[in-house]
Design a protein around this ligand. Structure first.
Ligand SMILES: Cc1cc2nc3c(=O)[nH]c(=O)nc-3n(C[C@H](O)[C@H](O)[C@H](O)COP(=O)(O)O)c2cc1C
Length: 456
C-alpha cells in the first residue's frame, strides 16, 4: 500500500487579541500573551516556536470591520476585543520570514475591498521576500462594517464572488502573463535589466476593474502565490472549484466535510481541473493534558476566563444572525445571509433553537464539538480517525492561550502524531506550492484558469 499523503500542519492566527475561534475572550487569562501582540517581539517569538515545533504554515486570518451585528452595535466586540486590533497581517510576514527558514505563510486578503493591481504588487513582493513560502487566503469579506469603511454599500454575497472572479482574472494576468519567462535578465555583463520585448501590458478592461500593466515586479518564485479559499456556500464552492489549491474548511463534521470536498472536487473536474490536486485543511481546537483529570482542570480554567456573550457576538458577525433578537425557544431557520453562509446554515441542523445555540456557546469548548479533548494518546487516535473519515490533508491549530496552546501541541501531541506518521512528513524546502503538489511544480498547472492567460 502506498504511504498516505503527508499532512500539513498550520497555526491559525490573527493580528488581534480576540482570535476568531473559541478563544475570543481568553486573552484575559493570566498566561495569555496576546495583549503584547501589537509589538514585534510577540510575533517573532511565536513564529520561531511554530517553526521549531515543526509546523508547516503560519496562517493569518483578517477582517476589515467591527463585529456589530450582535445587538445592532459594536459595543460587545469593543469591550471584549473581538478580532481587534485588526492589524494588517501582511506587514508581519517579512519580519517572520527573517527569523524562520522553513515555515510557510498564509495571509487573508479581501477581493471586495482591495485593488488587484496594488494587491498583485504586494504579493509578488512577499513571494520574493519569503522565497516562495507564500499563500493567499482569498476572501470576499462578510462584515457590513467593512463596506462602510471603504465607502461602499454592502455588496450581496454572490455578487462579491463575481467580483472576486474578475479580481483573480486581473491578478493572473499580472502574475502569469505580463512578464514572459526570460523577460527578466538582471545581466550586468549585457547591462540589461529586462528584455522589454517580453514584458507586456495586460490592458484589462472588465466590468469592475481597468488595469493597464505591465506588472511592476519581476516574476516571483511561485508567480501566483498558493491559493487558499474558505467559501462553503454553493457559490463559494463554485469559486473554490475554479481557483483554490487548498480549501480551508469551516465545517466540523467529518462526514459533511467529505461530502463537501467531493462536491468541490466534482465541480473542479467539470471545469477540467485535476480534482486530486485540491487539498483541504480544517481548524483544530484541541485541549490536551497528560491525564483526564488534568484535561478537565484545563477546561475549567479556560472556562473561568471565557465569555459566552463575546462568542455569541462573534457568531452573530459570521452568520448575520443577531441572537439578541431571539427568545431561547425560538427556532432558527436556515438563512441565506449576506455574511458567511456556512455559519448561517449551521442553524438548520441541530441545534435548532436559539436557546440551543446559546447553550452550545456557553462552553469554552464549543468549537471543538467535544472532539480532540483528552490525553495525547486519545487525541492522536481521534485525529487519525478524523483524517480517514473526512479526507482532509491537514489542520490549522487554533490556540486557546497563546503561546501555551501551541506549546501543548508541540510537546504533548506532536510526538504521538509523528509516531503515527501524521506529523513531520510535509516537505521542508522549496516553494510552498512545490511542497503541496504531487508533481513538485512551483507554478500553477496547465489545467488551472491562471494558465489560460499565459502567453503561448
Ligand atoms: C474556516 C474559515 C475561515 C475564514 N477566514 C476568514 C477571514 O480570515 N477573513 C474573512 O474576511 N473571511 C473569512 N472567512 C469567510 C470566507 O472566506 C467567505 O467569504 C465566507 O465564508 C462567505 O462565503 P460562503 O458563504 O461561501 O461560505 C472564513 C471562512 C471560513 C469557513
Amino acid at each position: 500500500m502506498s504511504e498516505p499523503r503527508p499532512l500539513l500542519w498550520g497555526l491559525y492566527e490573527q493580528a488581534c487579541v480576540g482570535n476568531g475561534s473559541s478563544a475570543v475572550s481568553l486573552w484575559t487569562h493570566p498566561a495569555d500573551e496576546r495583549l503584547t501582540s501589537t509589538g514585534l517581539r510577540y510575533w517573532l517569538d511565536l513564529g520561531r516556536r511554530a517553526e521549531e515545533g515543526g509546523l508547516d504554515l503560519f496562517f493569518f486570518g483578517d477582517v476589515l470591520g467591527l463585529y456589530d451585528t450582535y445587538g445592532g452595535s459594536a459595543a460587545t466586540a469593543l469591550e471584549w476585543g473581538l478580532e481587534i486590533p485588526a492589524h494588517d497581517p501582511l506587514l508581519h510576514i517579512p519580519a517572520l520570514a527573517a527569523v524562520t527558514e522553513r515555515i510557510a505563510f498564509g495571509a487573508t486578503v479581501s477581493t471586495t475591498y482591495e485593488h488587484p493591481f496594488a494587491h498583485a504588487r504586494r504579493f509578488s513582493t512577499l513571494d520574493h521576500l519569503t522565497a516562495g513560502r507564500l499563500a493567499w487566503n482569498v476572501v470576499t469579506s462578510y462584515l457590513p462594517g467593512a463596506a462602510r469603511n471603504f465607502g461602499l454599500d454592502v455588496i450581496a454575497h454572490d455578487t462579491r464572488y463575481d467580483r472576486a472572479d474578475e479580481f483573480l482574472d486581473v491578478v493572473y494576468r499580472l502574475w502569469e502573463a505580463s512578464w514572459e519567462n526570460g523577460a527578466y535578465l538582471g545581466s550586468k555583463a549585457e547591462r540589461r535589466f529586462a528584455d522589454a520585448s517580453k514584458v507586456h501590458e495586460i490592458d484589462y478592461q472588465g466590468t469592475q476593474f481597468r488595469v493597464a500593466g505591465p506588472h511592476l515586479s519581476v516574476p516571483s518564485p511561485q508567480r501566483t502565490p498558493l491559493l487558499i479559499q474558505a467559501g462553503w456556500s454553493s457559490r463559494g464552492r463554485e469559486f473554490a472549484a475554479r481557483h483554490a489549491e487548498l480549501i480551508f474548511v469551516g465545517e466540523s463534521d467529518p462526514v459533511k466535510i467529505r461530502e463537501g470536498l467531493d462536491d468541490i472536487r466534482r465541480r473542479a473536474a467539470d471545469l477540467g481541473r485535476d480534482p486530486a490536486e485540491i487539498r483541504a485543511v480544517v481548524g483544530l481546537n484541541p485541549v490536551i493534558a497528560p491525564t483526564r483529570i488534568a484535561v478537565q482542570e484545563k477546561i475549567d480554567d479556560y472556562q473561568s476566563y471565557y465569555s459566552a456573550e463575546a462568542q455569541l457576538a462573534a457568531y452573530a458577525g459570521w452568520s448575520g444572525i443577531d441572537f439578541t433578537k431571539y427568545r431561547d425557544d425560538e427556532p432558527l431557520v436556515k438563512q441565506e445571509t449576506n455574511h458567511t453562509q456556512i455559519a448561517a446554515a449551521r442553524s438548520d441542523t441541530p441545534p435548532l433553537l436559539a436557546g440551543d445555540v446559546r447553550r452550545r456557546f456557553s462552553k469554552v469548548t464549543a468549537f471543538a464539538d467535544d472532539r480532540f479533548i483528552g490525553t495525547p494518546e486519545e487525541v492522536a487516535g481521534e485525529i487519525e480517525g478524523f483524517v480517514e473519515e473526512s479526507g482532509v490533508d491537514g489542520f490549522l491549530l487554533h490556540q486557546f492561550l497563546s503561546p501555551g496552546s501551541l506549546d501543548d501541541f508541540t510537546t504533548l501531541l506532536a510526538p504521538g502524531l509523528r509516531e503515527r506518521g501524521l506529523f513531520g512528513r510535509f516537505p521542508a524546502s522549496g516553494t510552498l506550492r512545490s511542497r503541496l503538489r504531487a508533481d513538485g511544480a512551483d507554478h500553477l498547472p496547465a489545467d488551472h484558469p491562471a494558465a489560460a492567460v499565459r502567453r503561448p
